[in-house]
Design a binder for this molecule. Sequence first.
Ligand code: AMP
Ligand code: ZN
Length: 452
Amino acid sequence: MKLYNTLTRRVEEFSPINPKRVKVYTCGPTVYSFAHIGNFTCYIYWDLLVRTLRLNGWSVDRVLNITDVGHLASDADDGEDKMEKGAKRDGKTVWEVAEMYMNDYLNNFRALNMVEPTDICRATDYIKEDIALVNELDKKGFLYDTTDGLYFDTSKFPTYADFARLDLEHLKAGARVEFSSEKRNPSDFAVWKWIRDGEDHAMQWEYRGRMGYPGWHLECSTIIHEKLGEPIDIHCGGIDHIPVHHTNEIAQTEGAFGKKMSNFWLHNNFITIEGQKISKSLGNVYMFNDLAEKGYSHMDYKMWVLQGHFQSERNFSFEDIAAAKQRLLNYRNFAALRWQKDATDMNDIRDVIKTQLDNNLNSAGAFAELDKSISKNVPDDAFVKFLDDAFGLMIEETTPDIPNELKQKISDRIQAKKDKDYVKADALRDEIEAKGITLLDGADGVIWQYAK
Ligand code: AMP
Ligand code: ZN
């Protein structure tokens, strides 16, 4: 299987370190507000990744973190803490806020029928391990203390600029005078923040006799070290993570442990909505509830996402999701034919679909192949199961069952058409349609669906 690797900026053949198991880490949500549909695109793509790895016969050890501490409003180390901001807004404690939005996130994650991660790790459960990592970095001479926190001196990590192809000289020249004039280089970042006098910060832990909390990037390095061990096979996140978050994760992990962090890095692009950036001021921050109000389910949205590619910028529109919904309905109707006795041999089409997915997760190509096939074939149970394993669209579960009496009539009508007995076929069509089922006669055969 081939994947585009941000590390090398190339599509490369993937094979795991352990021939049987693949270690995958995906940077998870910061749980300070409801996640919008854009936030979920990446998890849908990474679900496709996990499923494609499994189709290749590998088991997947997949870890997802939940950021419930330390993420400041800007990706640099200033601005308001996102969790504190959420707590003030909601009139709740940071712990209540974390609990509430984490549960909402996980409910949506599960409603999207994602393969359950092997481990879901909350950042605040790893403070002791964070501190051990900070100590390790300190011992190796990467850190310096400031009034704001312990900072990583990026000039001591010579390959710092490589991952994101950063131009550090340019960064230096353009750096604004920051709150922390104690920073030695503009790219230096906090691994541990001190609580400053008068600062109101609910989450805090004692370290070196002072109260503080971990910098945002620390948890991913820590959790990977604890749960998977370096190097891992694949690390995933949004493209916005390349220049800061992932660059800093690499500096911490490779600085502390002297091992490569991950062999492959996958980054998803962003979606816009009706041509606009997702933003509160534009009123286009859609949640799944908003989609449901317009008649679109989690699976419809997943179908829409999977019609595109993780590396492409995509534009969401209600017109497009309507088309995705219809396409998914076509697949359900196709699956609904599986009770018919004369199932076709679907091995070839199964191979063609898998080949598309193995080609850098080309689900759009896979669906194009499936579309070509559905009007010509009758699937068996195994093929429907394969589709559900590959895409997780719950086709089998959501395919309406039809009464046996109607199944018989549909079979009889197919036979009547084969026998060129059009009078009988038309009479059967009327009977079937009277029961709320539409028959669609394509050039290559017949599919049917419940009338919408
Ligand atoms: P935020 O809560 O805004 O920091 O978003 C969390 C993560 O969701 C970001 O780091 C992005 O990787 C991802 N994300 C945010 N907006 C979008 C979008 N419009 N499309 C895809 N991913 C997004
Ligand atoms: Zn991360």
